[in-house]
Every structure is written in C-alpha cells, then in structure tokens.
Design a protein around this ligand. Sequence first.
Ligand code: FAD
Ligand code: NAD
Length: 367
Amino acid sequence: EKKLLAASAKDLTPSYDWFQTDGMVTIVIYTKQKDMNAELVIVDCQDKRLRGEIIVNDYSYVLEVDLYHAVEEDFFINIAEKVGKVEIILKKKDNVHWKMLGQPLESHNTFIKRKNRGLFYRKCKLVSKTEVTHDTKLFCFMLPKTTRFQVPTGQHVYLKQIIAGTEVVKPYTPLLPFLLLDFKEPSCHDSANIYLMIKIYSCGLFTQALDHLQIGDCISISNPEGNFKKSQVQALEDLFLLAAGTGFTPMVKLLNFALSEVSSLRTAKLIFFNKTEDDILWRNQLEQLALKDERFEVQFVLSEPARDWVGKQGRISSSLLSGFLKRSRKDSKVLICICGPTPFTEQGVQCLKDLGYSQEEMHAFTA
Ligand code: FAD
Ligand code: NAD
C-alpha cells in the first residue's frame, strides 16, 4: 500500500520539457491538473533568471533556472486549461542555439506544500494613490513587465519595506479599483495593476512609511497567498459578508465574483461595521450597487455613531446577527464570510456557532 501511495504522489508531480527554434525557447510544464487556469501560474523572468510557479491544490511546483542565454523582457504564457499544460515562451535576445535551458537554481523542479514555499518578491512601482476616506487610501502598484500573476479572490499579498534599517513585512488584500459589476474578471482591467485599499494609522509602522512613498517609487510585493477557495461559493444561494473597517477588502472581489459568476445566488448581504459614518469605505458605491442589483443589500453598523445616526449601532453580537442572517429559503446553501480586527472575527465566529451555523457555512479571513 505504501508503494502505491508513493507512486500516486509521484504521479501528481508536474514535469517539464523544453525546446527551441531560432528565435524562441519554449518551456512546457505538464501540471497533471485538469482545471489549470491563469490564477495558478506565477512567472518571473528578469535578466537571465526564470522562476515559474504552478499551484496544484495545496502544493507548489517551481522551476527556477539561470538561463543559458539572455532573453527579451516580454514573454508569453499559454495555458491549455483542460489538459493542464502550461507553456512559457521566451524570446531569445540572440539567435544562437542553446545547449541547455540553463543552470538549475535552489528550488528548481521542486514540488512541495505551498505553506513551506518561502515568499518570492518582486519590485512594483507606485502608479497612483487616491483618497477613499479621511485615513484610508487606494494605492495602485504596477507589476514589472517581467512578472505575470493574478491575485485570486480571497487571497492577499505581502508588502516588504526596509524601515529604519529593518525589513518589515505586512499582508494586504488586493481588490478591484471600484465596485462596478458590468465586467468580468480578468478582462475587466489590466491585470498588471494591483490595487490595495490601506488605512494609514497615525502611529502605524508600516502604513506611515507606505504613505510617504512617492509616485514612481518601488516596493516589494509577494506572490498571492490565502486559503479561500472559489469552490466555497459554487452553487451558493445566500452570501453574507461581515466586514469591520478594512476587513472590507477581501469582500470586494468576492462580491464581484458571486454576483457576476454564481448563477444560483439569490442574496448577497454585506453587514459593514465601522466606528463612524466617516469611516465607511465606498459607501456611495455600495448604495449604488444595492439600487442596481436587487440581490444585493448593505447594512451599516456603527460602534461610535454621532447623535444624528438613525441606522444600526453597536458591535457584533448574536442578537444583531440573528436579525440580519435570514436564509432566502429553508436549507438554502449559505456562506458567511467574516473579516476585521482579530477580536471582531473571533467573536463573529463564536456568534455564528451559537446561531447554529456549521464550519462549512463560514469562512474567516485571517493571515
Ligand atoms: P502597526 O504599527 O502595527 O499599528 C497599527 C495601529 O494599531 C497603530 O495605531 C497602533 O497603535 C495600533 N495597534 C497595534 N497593535 C495593536 C493591538 N494589538 N491592539 C490595538 N491596537 C494596536 N490593512 C489594510 O489597511 N488593508 C488591507 O487590505 C489589509 N489586508 C490584510 C490582510 C491580512 C491577511 C491581514 C492579516 C491584515 C491585513 N491588513 C490590511 C492589516 C495590515 O496587515 C497591517 O496590520 C496594518 O496596515 C497596520 O500596519 P502598521 O504597521 O501601519 O501598524
Ligand atoms: P476599526 O478599529 O476602525 O474598527 C472597525 C469596527 O470593528 C468597529 O467599529 C467595531 O465594530 C469592530 N471592532 C473593533 N475592535 C473590536 C473588538 N475589540 N471587538 C469587537 N469588535 C471590534 O478597524 P480597522 O482599523 O479598519 O481595522 C481593520 C482590521 O481588519 C485590522 O486589524 C486588519 O488587520 C484586519 N484585516 C484583516 C484582513 C485579513 O485577515 N484577511 C484583511 C483586511 C483587514
């Protein structure tokens, strides 16, 4: 039985091959995965260093070589989704015959658990910075030409800066530049841009440094990570999003995906917890969306409201949630996603358990 297990694990390991023409070098990766797609392929090819990563469920396959000769900056990626074949097509700088693909680097041809694969960073340029609220900004970073990846719904990236001589790393959740639902990902916008909505804390170590970046400055951004699976939304009927403050960020792509791609969806409800009215992110867009799409509803709950606030107030609690979380029909397929400060998320999960929701019916976004 052990032998059988070993054999099946080996069978799952991707393999690669390469060939060349006068002007091109093509690397072919056989992923052995039937539903390959662009979100599972991450390629960096700068100077002569090529790194290609393929995500296969909880595993990561990496090709990493110091190429035999120089290649042009731009390259192509072809994905045969059904057969699970990924081609990386490089343009030779010089029309010479390559005797080999290159020298293998440390991680070359390895297939290991994703969580054991170290973060890989590349420098991204700050393209724009716009105000969202009094303390929150939308940053747009551009991936270099030499990098290709897409950030899947529900995943985050890590940003790295040297602050006062020390490397500091913090996670942030990419979103769409606005909550418009007439388009479909990924053709909707340039996938070379990464949009981040970030709250600048007056005593925040990382966000203060981030806020001091000038347009054109660079910052290191990692590969995407996260354990949310799109399959959790498949055949979904009711989606409830419990967001507090910037915990709103993972909800943006999720809402967009659910409303535009999940045909079974009947209701999508966002319950958005903030301190004051001024802290509400994209309030206008959310209200517009609710008017436009009758499946979508938004409720704002303030913990420090002004006197004139007529909406809901308080913090997350079972009684508050029980009023909001109504299934569209008995036994409907439901998912409740929760994100915010750790105590908020923990209390929320406990409330949901108390209200009788199962583990499969909830997803908490955490690091
Ligand atoms: P810090 O120096 O860590 O402090 C932040 C503020 O909180 C300061 O005012 C400080 O005084 C106070 N503070 C620090 N620790 C505590 C504590 N334990 N209790 C109370 N107060 C405290 N943030 C976003 O803005 N947008 C995102 O999209 C986003 N995505 C995230 C995704 C993940 C998976 C995770 C885990 C976090 C995400 N965050 C996001 C939060 C982000 O990673 C940083 O924690 C945040 O930007 C603060 O960093 P900082 O170094 O500026 O602040
Ligand atoms: P905030 O301080 O403005 O608080 C927003 C709301 O959260 C409050 O109005 C309150 O309703 C609730 N809240 C705050 N503290 C609470 C507590 N101790 N117990 C119960 N409820 C509480 O929030 P912020 O400054 O925007 O912070 C957002 C948080 O979300 C950060 O901690 C950030 O790390 C986290 N976040 C996590 C992820 C992720 O894990 N994927 C993504 C984005 C943001």
